[in-house]
Design a binder for this molecule. Structure first.
Ligand code: FAD
Length: 375
């Protein structure tokens, strides 16, 4: 018999949810994490008494009652509602595009007036949109495209909208109500005390080794546990045998400012082409902070190269085909569970990664009742 029942590679939400339920089943887990902290991308660093979302702003939202009950059993959530604002050359517009946005843009007040203007502007595009620019105009008209979509998208992709394929934007939500809530989900909020409160509870019963890369001593670590739950990148697990999967990355510039309120909102998007960053996050506003100072993070989109954090998988055919080849290898791997955003090469919101970990736990521990078990 081996020393541990499970070796968890990585300490993000997927591994955390697994660890939590494995612990409830009396299983012994060892966690290996190559960073110097637990939590994966939801980790918060405390600066000036403010919980700084180190790997990008994280807002919890879900329509799943099961997931919401679960996270609320781990932390109390505040009433934060994501209502980003767009700054286009000093003009401030509410997001997502709604009656507040239209009223500011055209000085109108009713949904009927807004619909009429957008319908008129959409007519500029005749036939099937040939590129992202035409696609966006066919969805929201020329004014919203020019001021709120074009520059932001070009910064995100590092290319002109005219040179980007139409399929990247399938829909641009337009709301004919005065509702600035970015998400349509039933539940939303930020854990009071930051995400680390949740992370600490998820891994409470585990032995943890930080600053430890599983792949550097794979054989040795495999010998320690009956089964591996692997949440790192799938191509690295197989030694990049078929080549590397591609990602989009981000660069963050964080600074402490000697003011108690820099921008009046947690998230402000810069939608012009000239400002080099896409967003500024002011972290204290996620938790209605009253600290004397503030911490802001400027977000710069970046091409991913070796050594950078892999944030977003590139969802094109080439990468999906490559992933499928790795996925087939993974299916053959004995006593290894592949889970989470890196091992499954897909973008998961937090609630979705929890749902997928629930499914994994239910399969692994037959008959386990998630709802009853976490109360
Ligand atoms: P991760 O959190 O990435 O955890 C994987 C861990 O494995 C990492 O800590 C990594 O260091 C470790 N690891 C990898 N390889 C090895 C190895 N070889 N050895 C040891 N350790 C290893 N979701 C929302 O719902 N709302 C949001 O607002 C939101 N904002 C986001 C913003 C950004 C910029 C990004 C990138 C994502 C955002 N998400 C958001 C998604 C959210 O971050 C994910 O759903 C969640 O973090 C995924 O958890 P995970 O366990 O799959 O992966």
């Amino acid at each position: 018999m081996k020393q541990y029942d499970y070796l968890l590679v990585g300490s993000g939400l997927f591994a955390g949810v697994f660890a939590y339920f494995a612990g409830k089943q009396g299983k012994k887990c060892l966690v290996l994490e190559k960073r110097d902290h637990l939590g994966g991308n939801i980790y918060c660093e405390e600066t000036e008494g403010i919980h700084v979302h180190k790997y990008g702003a994280h807002i919890f939202h879900t329509s799943s009652r099961e997931v919401w009950d679960f996270v609320n059993s781990l932390a109390e959530f505040n009433r934060y509602t994501n209502s980003p604002v767009a700054n286009y050359k000093g003009e401030m517009y509410n997001m997502p595009f709604n009656m507040n946005t239209f009223s500011r843009m055209w000085g109108i007040s009713t949904p009927e007036e807004a619909k009429k203007i957008i319908q008129e502007q959409r007519k500029v595009i005749k036939g099937e949109p040939k590129n992202l620019e035409e696609q966006a105009i066919s969805l929201v008209g020329t004014h919203i495209y020019q001021k709120l979509v074009k520059g932001y998208t070009e910064k995100q992709w590092g290319r002109e909208c005219k040179d980007l394929p139409a399929f990247i934007i399938k829909r641009l939500p337009v709301r004919y109500t005065y509702d600035n809530n970015y998400f349509n989900d039933l539940y939303q909020g930020i854990p009071m005390g930051g995400y680390n409160v949740i992370i600490d509870k998820l891994f409470a019963g585990c032995e943890v080794r930080l600053g430890t890369d599983y792949l550097e001593n794979k054989k040795e670590y495999d010998a320690l546990a009956e089964k591996v739950v692997y949440t790192g990148t799938i191509d690295s697990y197989f030694g990049y045998r078929f080549g590397r999967l591609q990602y989009r990355s981000l660069r963050f510039e964080t600074e402490v400012l000697d003011t108690d309120n820099f921008q009046g909102n947690a998230v402000i998007n810069y939608t012009d082409r000239e400002t080099p960053y896409t967003r500024i996050i002011e972290h204290k506003h996620f938790e209605f902070g009253t600290q004397e100072k503030t911490v802001i993070t400027k977000e710069y989109p970046a091409e991913w190269t070796e050594g950078m954090e892999p944030y977003y998988p590139v969802n094109d055919e080439k990468n999906q085909e490559l992933y499928k080849r790795y996925e087939a290898l993974a299916a053959e791997e004995k006593n290894v569970i592949f889970g989470g955003r890196l091992a499954e090469y897909r973008y998961y919101d937090m609630d979705k990664v929890i749902e997928s970990a629930f499914a994994c736990v239910k399969k692994e521990f037959h008959g386990i009742n998630i709802a009853a078990d976490h109360r």
